[in-house]
Design a protein around this ligand. Structure first.
Ligand SMILES: NC(=O)c1ccc[n+]([C@@H]2O[C@H](COP(=O)([O-])OP(=O)(O)OC[C@H]3O[C@@H](n4cnc5c(N)ncnc54)[C@H](OP(=O)(O)O)[C@@H]3O)[C@@H](O)[C@H]2O)c1
Length: 256
């Protein structure tokens, strides 16, 4: 059963974005898949077959974001589901991290998402329907002593998504923030984070996270937290005294 006619998925070359792409393709949804690595995107498109456009774009650059925004406003082949999934972060004390790399975290996780939501909101408002799925994180709810920029960008994504959810509901457009916890993808390796420091019980598969996010989007939910442990975490981080939340956020999972 096709829930959307055409979806544009950023960060489709690996992890959660690739899992979302596979699930949508298996339902017969046409796709526009976006990332920097053309070779991986082409391989995914060839493997899945069907109506898949490959759009290579670096979302940390103005040209890359503009190319994707332009695709979202094309009237000939309209997109009725935007998935803002591309994202990354770096682990370590803020002053020790490369500033330009940290700036790219802000540009991709928050800046590109902000711009692409604007492009899609305009087209979808004109069409009178559509859905936006923004991939945030449990990190949105807990300040992180070793991941400050990443956590702040994800707090932006959840707040912005919830506001847009209210803003666009009257014109038939839904906005959903998915907030996964530890998910087995390339994220930890790219972040310079030792995944083995996190007990296995906390980890979910990219497929389970993708399924949960798409189902929540179909239902028009404002926010979706996959997995019981993540739900408990978000509840505690939201309701516990702030001093305790900061203590939890200062635990360095990566240390020996
Ligand atoms: N894995 C986790 O534990 C976890 C937990 C909570 C939230 N999340 C969120 O889930 C989302 C997906 O991450 P993942 O876990 O699936 O990690 P991943 O396997 O590393 O995938 C990240 C994707 O983002 C793309 N990307 C990175 N930089 C980009 C850029 N400058 N321009 C365009 N695309 C770019 C990558 O493609 P290219 O390298 O080909 O460009 C890749 O497709 C992220 O927003 C992440 O913050 C992950």
């Amino acid at each position: 059963m096709t829930r959307w006619r055409r979806a544009l998925v950023t960060g489709a070359s690996s992890g959660i974005g690739a899992a979302i792409t596979r699930q949508l393709a298996s339902e017969g949804t046409a796709l526009v898949i976006v990332a920097r690595d053309t070779r991986r995107l082409d391989a995914l498109a060839a493997e899945l077959g069907g109506d898949i456009e490959v759009l290579t774009a670096d979302l940390s650059t103005a040209d890359g974001v503009t190319a994707v925004a332009d695709r979202l406003t094309e009237v000939e082949r309209p997109v009725d589901l935007l998935v803002n999934n591309a994202g990354f972060g770096f682990q370590g004390p803020y002053a020790s991290l490369d500033y330009e790399a940290e700036q790219r975290v802000v540009d991709v996780n928050a800046g590109a998402l902000h711009h692409l939501c604007h492009a899609a909101a305009g087209s979808m408002t004109d069409a009178g329907s559509g859905a936006i799925l923004n991939v945030a994180s449990v990190a949105a709810f807990i300040p992180s002593g070793s991941n400050a920029t990443y956590a702040a960008t994800k707090a932006f994504v959840t707040s912005f998504s919830e506001s847009l959810h209210m803003d666009l509901s009257s014109v038939g457009v839904t906005v959903t923030a998915s907030c996964p916890g530890f998910t087995r993808t390339e994220f930890a390796e790219r972040a310079g984070f030792d995944a083995s420091s996190v007990p296995k019980v906390f980890w979910q598969s990219a497929e389970a996270v993708a399924r949960h996010a798409l189902d929540a989007t179909e239902k028009g939910k404002a926010r979706a937290v996959p997995g019981a442990l993540n739900k408990i975490g978000v509840f505690l981080f939201t309701h516990a005294p702030r001093i305790l939340v900061r203590k939890a956020g200062s635990i360095d999972l990566d240390s020996d």
